[in-house]
Design a protein around this ligand. Structure first.
Ligand SMILES: Nc1nc2c(ncn2[C@@H]2O[C@H](COP(=O)(O)OP(=O)(O)OP(=O)(O)O)[C@@H](O)[C@H]2O)c(=O)[nH]1
Ligand SMILES: [Mg+2]
Length: 444
């Protein structure tokens, strides 16, 4: 049994076997099963499982009762017992019947890809809302199967209990209990969401544009977020390192302030329950002024990952085709050969900004492009202000982009770019009074 030191305490790792079914109908798809297996290993490692055996199993025809045919079932009965594996992960979705039958045949706990991802999310969620959403997703998933026949296992972790054993009191929970818990969580969530909406409204009063980082898990969103905001959110070579969104204020080179948000990463076959559960958290993405899609271009399946991300964004209701409010970051260029790098250097900024969040190469270009993109949605107008009116001038510098400045004897002419909202604010705050007293003039 492997033991891993985690934050000072020794943690006993559960031995697990990982199987990636390679379905015949997938042959010819662009996905490399070896990479899929590696990704699934990464998922298992994200919750410190000790993978003692990992294998790709070619599945010619799916057996409805057990997924795999007799040969595989027999072979793995032995492998499970030789390794004394406490868990078998099947990297695809299993029907409740397949799960139950495999558990009986292999005399061990079985989870599928959705169960595994839910388990990771259960361990990672930090905020009250995150925890509730994950629990809701887990209950919805569980309700559809109600297996939990693995009572022989000791519960060892604080996750959701798909991997754990008894101790979880609801081993025999019936649908009624689950439904009760679901409606209770939904009510609690409503409360949390209301509070968050209030916060969001408060934030909206701050006129800063919202810029959100999205992307495949491990693409480098949090690393980029840290570079741009000069902060230290958790960024690690770990799938789903981030779960709860974080927001920080950032000042762009032009002096414009934005709110930048780091978000949960996406993955292929993201459980639908989770997409639904995180829709609320990802509302920030829906309302963003700019969505930055961070890609790991050093990953051999970067194009596939891109498609997966676009698919999730579409499910969330975000227009992804030629959306002027989206831009792509081609991250991790430090890992590319000079040849591949050439390929990206001919990219126009509209297509993507090559950079390395690690070496900070290309960060300046990104900041410029963010500025440029946001500026495009803004109003340009000229103002004439008495040079003694420091507050009004400072306000314009802080909230807008000064494109031109001409200093005359007692007056300053400014050509400014402001959001429409800010322009109204400025007019309300400074123009009214100053028009009376200081003869200020605003024209489009
Ligand atoms: N070589 C290299 N590694 C990078 C770069 N950016 C990020 N990484 C590494 O990639 C790994 C994942 O980075 P994160 O920033 O945690 O990725 P994320 O997109 O936030 O991942 P999740 O929160 O799991 O969705 C870490 O080990 C980073 O150090 C880069 O530009 N170059
Ligand atoms: Mg992250």
């Amino acid at each position: 049994m492997a033991i891993k030191e985690s934050s000072g305490s020794l943690k006993i790792l559960q031995k697990a076997i990982l199987l990636h079914p390679n379905f015949r109908h997938n042959v010819g798809s662009n996905r490399d099963p070896n990479l899929r297996l590696t990704e699934a290993k990464g998922l298992a490692e994200a919750i410190s499982l000790d993978i003692v055996h990992a294998e790709i199993i070619n599945v010619r025809s799916i057996k409805p009762s057990t997924l795999f045919g007799e040969g595989v079932i027999k072979a793995f009965s032995e492998i499970v017992s030789v390794h004394q594996a406490e868990l078998v992960i099947i990297d695809s979705s299993l029907s409740p019947i397949q799960q139950r039958n495999l558990e009986k045949l292999w005399k061990t706990k079985i989870i599928d890809r959705t169960g595994l991802i839910l388990e990771i999310f259960g361990e990672r969620a930090q905020t009250a809302e995150g925890r509730l959403q994950v629990e809701l997703a887990a209950l919805l998933y569980q309700k559809s199967r109600l297996v939990r026949s693995w009572t022989h296992l000791e519960r060892q972790r604080g996750g959701l209990g798909f991997i754990g054993g008894p101790g979880e009191t609801q081993l025999e929970v019936d649908r009624r209990l689950i439904s009760e818990r679901i409606s209770k969580i939904k009510k609690e969530l409503e409360k949390v969401v209301r509070t968050r909406e209030l916060h969001r409204k408060a934030r909206k009063r701050v006129p800063y544009p919202i810029v959100v980082l999205v992307g495949y898990t491990n693409a480098g969103k949090s690393t980029l977020f840290n570079v741009l905001t000069n902060s230290e959110v958790f960024a690690k070579d770990l799938l789903f390192a981030t779960l709860d969104p974080t927001m920080r204020q950032v000042r762009l080179p032009s002096g414009r302030d934005i709110i930048l948000s780091d978000t949960v990463g996406f993955i292929s076959e993201l459980p639908t329950q989770l997409v639904a559960a995180f829709r609320a958290t990802l509302e920030e993405v829906l309302e963003a002024d700019l969505v930055i899609h961070v890609r790991d271009v050093s990953h051999p399946e970067t194009e596939q990952q891109k498609l997966d991300v676009l698919e999730v964004l579409k499910k969330l209701g975000i227009e992804t085709d030629d959306n002027p409010c989206m831009l792509e970051v081609l991250n991790k260029i430090d890992l590319l050969s000079s040849e591949s790098l050439m390929h990206f250097s001919v990219y126009s900024p509209e297509k993507g900004i090559p950079l390395s969040a690690l070496t900070k190469d290309g960060i300046d270009n990104l900041l410029k492009l963010i500025d440029h993109k946001l500026a495009a949605s803004l109003d340009i107008f000229t103002v004439e202000i008495e040079s003694t009116k420091g507050a009004a001038i400072a306000w314009l510098y802080q909230h807008g982009e000064i494109l031109e400045r001409q200093d005359h004897d007692e007056k300053i002419h400014l050509k400014v770019r402001l959001t429409k909202e800010n322009r109204l604010k400025y007019e309300k705050a400074y123009l009214k009074n100053s028009a009376k007293h200081y003869n200020e003039k605003v024209s489009s």
